[in-house]
Design a protein around this ligand. Structure first.
Ligand code: ADP
Ligand code: ZN
Ligand code: ZN
Length: 704
């Protein structure tokens, strides 16, 4: 008997083979297993042998196919259970929604080693895993919950969700997640839970806490920092139902979990939940979709929810779909920091730290408290320049300046990586006196050391300053050891980028200062105020987490615009007011979450070609609408904007343009996008688009 199989395999992006490929399977004898939907197979493609997933099985060949052109599968991967139907449904949805092929999404969702290992190697792995112990040690007891925490947990137990926990920084959200997980796992001996975090490396504390609570043998991690072998092991443990908890970053949303019953998305506002290449999915949105599909409860949590989730959690009577659970108080008697806005217009020119702030920092160090200074720019200075001729340290490959790094005397482009030693003199006029403009974390660290040279800690020792940013944490383990220094109290002042603002449970910090947050105020991106507010609120949330501290914790904001809405709302710790005013503006301008967007992006050798391609696509769409009334009706509901250069127009010698597509109807937008792919393939074949390198579609883009 012959079977015809639709199989998802990795096909090159934008190849015309968008969907599934058809293969054949002869059943000759009993020794070859029977193919089932969801099973993993190896199939030939060209001269290669690829991993695939059986998507559908038919008794007869598809009508449009020449039977003699179909190849046979090479074999089934024995010993690994088929991927569940709901998993395939989620992958299919993601592929369709984010405009990629099913095979690409499916293969990206599987651990790479599954593709690479031979049958023998795989067999060995499976045996080893079968031997691994599954001792059932009891769970460690949770903390005694505060009233606020137990009320929240009771709601989660009683209601279907999805939930948005809107809980202040330090309100004990994590404990609620853990106890919700515990309840679920105890109520069903097979139940599995997925716990998602923005970046695991940033929160080693959480991993320890989860392992300690549930037993390390029940927990697996999934994130990009793992070796291929580790990823395969985690994946198989989850797929086999052995791992009860998967703790992971965005990629974990695709983990195969046959008994999934609970999904937690911690810090749900974090932009790193959006994948920025390949299928540009939002793991948060997919988590909600997956929860509904599988009947698993979904908990999103944040002190500064995304405006999308906030809007979805409005009262049900107004159309809200998520249930909002509020936790305004910090655990114990910890108070949120008092916010001080320093008007930098009243400071002497070129002031880095206002004198009041400096005095306060000194006093806190002398009392044995810690301070944290946030400056969202790494390196010594963002630009080096020559006052004589006006030369600036531009990158020759990008529309950006190269950043001056004093520690290793380099000029480095943070976009393409182009690095050179700092020139001794101006490359343009020979002037020996070239100087840094602006300030980065390296410079702030150096400057602070000078300012604090005479200050002593309570033990009489000199002040210790630590910088944490992408440069200081390049080497494996560096971040962990740096965070440990902060936790142990070795460090008095912590200087860093947004990396230090996220999620850490620092116990001794009583002062947080944003040194120069103004840049974000005037960005052309409509999400900039939301992001800035969230960053500052999260940063402030690191202060005063220990109620035992005797002094009032403070958050200082040095700004030239002290009256700005963002800072006024921050002063009141009033996220709901801030969200309401932002949503109102978004509504007036028809922006998300009150409309839906997609970006069409083109990369080319020249800006003209990139834009031409996008505009030609738009014209082709309109031409199609002129022929087809149903298309015309769809286009009526959608705005197509002209192509424009991206705000970072050139990166690594590639010119980038984008075209915005917007609609009040998600369905209309989706339907238009679906017609775009074949259209772009035909537009591309025209000779005037020579020089086009690639295009991509970003659905629900996070940056405009
Ligand atoms: P969030 O995630 O809301 O910022 P965390 O869950 O990290 O807050 O809790 C903040 C701190 O309070 C942590 O150190 C945590 O161990 C502690 N904590 C949380 N809940 C309780 C509780 N019920 N009793 C005592 N301490 C708690
Ligand atoms: Zn010069
Ligand atoms: Zn560059």
């Amino acid at each position: 008997m012959t079977l015809w199989l639709d199989i998802a395999v990795q096909t090159p992006a934008h190849s015309q083979i968008g969907g599934l490929l058809t293969y054949r399977h002869f059943r000759q004898s009993r020794e070859t297993g029977m193919p089932t939907e969801g099973a993993l197979v190896r199939v030939p493609l060209g001269s290669r042998s690829l991993l695939g997933v059986i998507w559908a099985i038919h008794d007869s060949p598809p009508a449009d196919l020449r039977a003699d052109s179909v190849r046979d599968i090479e074999g089934l991967l024995e010993g690994i259970a088929p991927l569940p139907a709901v998993w395939r449904q989620m992958v299919q949805f993601a592929a369709q929604y984010y405009q990629r092929s099913v095979g690409e999404v499916a293969m990206a969702a599987l651990p790479p080693q599954l593709r690479d290992l031979s049958a023998i190697q795989m067999g060995r792995r499976l045996k080893k895993q079968a031997r691994a112990s599954t001792d059932e040690t009891p769970f460690a007891p949770g903390l005694a919950l505060s009233k606020q925490q137990s009320d929240t947990l009771a709601q989660i137990t009683a209601q279907p969700g999805p939930f948005l926990i809107f809980g202040a920084t330090g309100s004990g959200k994590t404990e609620v997640y853990l106890q919700a997980v515990q309840r679920q796992l105890e109520s069903d001996p097979l139940a599995q839970a997925l716990l998602m975090v923005p970046e695991i490396n940033l929160t080693p504390q959480l991993e320890e806490r989860v392992n300690a609570r549930f037993g390390a043998e029940r927990v697996v991690s999934m994130h990009s920092g793992m070796t291929p072998a580790q990823r395969l092991n985690s994946w198989m443990a989850a797929h086999a139902g052995k791992a009860r908890i998967v703790l992971g970053t965005r990629m974990a949303v695709f983990a195969s979990l046959p008994h999934l019953q609970l999904i937690v998305v911690d810090e749900e506002h974090d932009p790193s939940y959006k994948q920025q290449e390949g299928a540009r999915y939002s793991a948060r949105d997919l988590a909600v979709y997956r929860g509904r599909l599988e009947g698993a409860k979904v908990i999103l949590g944040s002190a500064t929810p995304s405006l999308e989730s906030w809007h979805h959690s409005r009262p049900a009577a107004q159309g809200g779909r998520y249930q909002r659970l509020v936790m305004p108080e910090r655990v114990g008697a910890g108070q949120l920091p008092f916010v001080r806005r320093v008007d930098m217009n009243k400071q002497p020119r070129k002031t880095v730290l206002s004198s009041q702030l400096l005095t306060d920092i000194q006093a806190r160090i002398q009392r044995g408290e810690q301070c944290m200074l946030l400056l969202n720019r790494r390196g010594y200075a963002p630009v080096l320049h020559c006052a004589d001729c006006g030369w600036k340290s531009e990158c020759s490959h990008c529309s950006a300046f190269r950043v001056f790094h004093k520690l290793d005397r380099t000029l480095r482009c943070h976009h393409c990586g182009f690095t050179e030693r700092v020139p001794r003199a101006c490359p343009s006029c020979g002037n020996a006196d070239i100087s840094p403009m602006g300030r980065g974390t390296e410079q702030l660290e150096e400057h602070l050391a000078e300012l604090l040279v005479n200050v002593r800690r309570p033990d009489g020792q000199a002040v210790r300053i630590l910088r944490i940013d992408a440069d200081s944490t390049k080497h494996k383990g560096a971040l962990e050891s740096q965070l440990a220094q902060v936790h142990s109290g070795e460090v008095d002042v912590l200087v860093g980028t947004q990396m230090i603002a996220k999620g850490h449970d620092f116990r001794r910090i009583t002062l947080v200062a944003a040194i120069n947050p103004d840049n974000a105020l005037f960005s052309s991106d409509f999400r900039a105020p939301e992001r800035l507010f969230s960053l500052l609120m999260q940063a402030g949330g690191r202060a005063g987490r220990d109620a035992g501290q005797s002094s009032q914790s403070e958050m200082w904001v040095q700004t030239f615009h002290p009256q700005h809405d963002v800072f006024a709302a921050l002063k009141q710790h009033d996220y709901p007011a801030f969200a309401a005013s932002q949503l109102k503006q978004r509504e007036q301008a028809s922006l998300p979450p009150l409309s839906y967007q997609a970006l069409l992006r083109a990369d080319a050798r020249s800006q003209a070609v990139a834009q031409l391609f996008l505009n030609a696509t738009s014209q082709a769409l309109q031409a199609q609408a002129a022929q087809d009334p149903s298309m015309a009706e769809l286009l009526n509901q959608v705005s197509l904007f002209p192509a424009v250069p991206m705000s970072m127009q050139r990166v690594a010698n590639v010119e980038r343009a984008q075209m915005l597509i917007e609609s009040a109807s998600r369905m209309a937008l989706q339907k238009v996008l679906a017609t775009l792919q074949p259209l772009m393939h035909s537009v591309r074949s025209s000779p005037e688009h020579k020089g086009l390198i690639r295009w991509l579609v970003d659905v629900d883009p996070l940056a405009i």
